[in-house]
Design a protein around this ligand. Structure first.
Ligand code: MN3
Length: 220
């Protein structure tokens, strides 16, 4: 199955420079019901995500040198960032990148891994079910707020990693393919403190086809 990258949100945001702009979601707030509720989607997107984008733009407003950097450049090349801006850029560029990845990695009805990545998931984890079990365990185990990721190293080898707060896997030289936001704001309204239940529901709307397309774009 061939998967078309829609490129509406994440691809657009990662290739942008200052001022960064949130793109509209390609589906309605309630499109992921009953797995992720409309109110959570709306608040998460229009308040939490937006705040990171706004704060990032504010942090870069007086630093012309960084205004021509893409999100990935801001996050990978931290030695180019003036000391006073390192913490704000790490937080707000990270929050912008992570949320763009999260929201674009969701799709009504979800989609399966396909092509090269489907085969590699079986090789690396044994089966899709075993991948799911490991991914769930890592995501459930994030202490406090953060993300779990499916990523590839520069040789294309797959791994599951977690990051705290709004850190990304980019400084480790990894290529992110998919993430799940396990900050409480991503699930509390519907799932309360049941993070495991939220992760189970997330699998129903995770766009694994998009992760497959990102992998192929980079490695095939
Ligand atoms: Mn969030």
């Amino acid at each position: 199955m061939q998967y078309q990258l829609q490129g509406v949100l994440f691809m657009n945001l990662v290739s942008q420079c200052y001022p960064f702009q949130q793109m509209p979601l390609p589906y309605a707030w309630g499109a992921l019901e009953p797995y992720i509720d409309a109110k959570t989607m709306e608040l998460h997107y229009t308040r939490h995500f937006k705040e990171y984008v706004d704060n990032l733009n504010a942090a870069l407003a007086d630093c012309q040198r960084l205004q021509c950097c893409t999100l990935e450049e801001l996050l990978r090349c931290t030695d180019r960032i003036p000391c006073a801006l390192r913490t704000p850029v790490r937080r707000y560029a990270g929050g912008t990148y992570n949320h763009a990845m999260y929201f674009e990695g969701l799709a009504p009805g979800g989609s399966p891994f396909c092509g090269a990545l489907a085969r590699l998931i079986d090789c690396a984890f044994g089966s899709f079910e075993q991948f799911k079990a490991q991914f769930k365990e890592r995501a459930a185990g994030v202490f406090g707020s953060g993300y779990a990721w499916l990523a590839a190293n520069r040789a294309g080898r797959l791994c599951i990693v977690t990051t705290a707060n709004q850190d990304t896997p980019l400084p480790q030289g990894l290529i992110p393919l998919l993430n799940i936001d396990v900050w409480e704001h991503a699930y509390y309204l519907k799932h309360y403190n049941d993070r495991a239940g939220y992760i189970d529901n997330w699998f129903h709307v995770a766009d694994f086809g998009r992760a497959s397309a990102l992998y192929e774009e980079r490695f095939c």
